[in-house]
Design a protein around this ligand. Structure first.
Ligand code: FEO
Length: 400
């Protein structure tokens, strides 16, 4: 764990985790930070926490003492949302100081009882409520229900304009000993932008309609620093992550027309050969192409790329009269995340019978994602010259 100074009387305690699956599902090849913050007025508030990894909470409490703050001195614990990656140590904190006050929304209160059996010393706040810590530090609470849990809120420290934004404005990705945007090179910023998109699509994406409503509240908040639950603190240019999130939210329904994501699976190379042909064709167009093979590439990485891409190419063979199973699994997840309004081309090989297309058509009806398909191309065994001509025509129609 590491400690750092955010701004006047506000500190960050952060832990970086790697080599694990976030939420038990999502690959994080570049790691992720879990951020907790201390706001020191006459009273002390701890905003969010971290999970029980890396010797937490002992290391966490130890670091607080470096700030001359003992756990016993924490008057308020602000829970922006109850997901256990931010609240996993409440029980240990309760053992040290049972009477600290938890500040949270009504929905959090119910979850607190369910997860930690805690039902006392809770202050329930509503949108716009404030908490005066004394010494010029006033916290304002801004509810953001369902971004990402039902109880979510953000907390604004009014004196410094520091917005503790919870999951919104978070990113995957971590760089050792780097916590603030002004410490980053342009290349690092690009990495966090990419990891932000992956984080958004994997974790928040399914709740985009709520994120859109919550995001509109930013118009009424004067923000100087954005301090999210995950990732970098944006204090030199907070507008950068605000603009990125505006894109992420918009791309659910209005993706970029200059991006193509190719997702393919292949058993014996017949479909893969057709994919190689398609990739060569795409070189003639001014687009960014991302290519992922299933099951080799993780769902999370594919989701990140599909989230921004207006055009999608699906290439998979028929397998036991259905879609190649890893493709069906990833498409199901893409549908659940509500990746809407894509233009799509599907092709693939079959042996003794087709079936992949039929299952795909059925799945699309069920998912209601409003994908528009150009003419599919299915070939028995390997693609023939006629099949390649049909692929040419479909690619042309896709790229219009
Ligand atoms: Fe990091 Fe929704 O929590």
């Amino acid at each position: 764990m590491e400690i750092s100074h955010v701004t006047k009387d506000i500190h960050q305690l952060s832990v970086t985790v790697r080599d694990m699956l976030f939420e038990g599902i999502w690959e994080i090849p570049k790691g992720v930070t879990l951020n907790s913050y201390i706001v020191k007025g006459e009273k002390t508030a701890l905003i969010d926490g971290v999970c029980g990894w890396d010797g937490v909470p002992e290391s966490f409490f130890g670091l607080m003492e470096q700030l001359n703050i003992h756990v016993r001195d924490v008057d308020y614990l602000i829970i922006n949302h109850m997901e256990p990656d931010h609240s996993g140590w409440i029980e240990q904190l309760s053992n040290i100081r049972p009477d600290f006050k938890i500040v949270c929304t009504k929905a959090s209160e119910q979850l607190l009882s369910a997860f930690y059996g805690r039902s006392e010393n809770i202050i329930v706040v509503k949108d716009g409520d404030t908490l005066d810590l004394g010494g010029g530090k006033v916290l304002r609470f801004i509810t953001m229900p369902n971004v990402h849990w039902p109880d979510t809120m953000m907390t604004l420290e009014e004196e410094t304009g520091t917005l503790f934004s919870c999951d919104i404005f978070g990113t995957f990705g971590a760089i050792d000993n780097v916590r603030y945007d002004e410490q980053l090179s342009a290349e690092d910023i690009a990495m966090f932008e990419e990891e932000g998109l992956r984080y958004y699509s994997n974790i928040v994406g399914a709740f985009t309609s709520f994120a859109r409503k919550g995001f509109a509240k930013m118009d009424n908040i004067e923000v100087k620093v954005i301090a999210p639950g995950h990732g970098i603190v944006w204090r030199e240019n907070p507008q950068k992550i605000i603009d990125d999130y505006a894109d992420f939210i918009r791309w659910q329904e209005e993706p970029r027309t200059d991006r193509v994501t190719v997702i393919y699976g292949s058993m014996y190379g017949m479909t893969e050969k057709a994919v190689a042909y398609v990739l060569e064709k795409l070189e003639d167009y001014p687009v960014t192409v991302n290519v992922h093979k299933v099951p080799e590439t993780s769902w999370g990485t594919i989701l990140g790329d599909v989230w921004s891409a207006g055009k999608v190419i699906l290439a998979m063979p028929t397998y036991e009269m259905k879609m190649f199973p890893p493709m069906a699994a990833v498409l199901e997840e893409i549908g659940k995340k509500k990746v809407l309004n894509r233009k799509v081309f599907r092709m693939g090989s079959y042996g003794w019978s087709g079936g992949a297309q039929k299952e795909l058509d059925h799945m699309m009806e069920e998912l209601k994602v409003n994908w528009t398909f150009v003419e599919p191309v299915e070939f028995k065994g390997k693609a023939t010259e006629d099949d390649f001509r049909a692929i040419d025509a479909s690619i042309e129609a896709l790229m219009v």
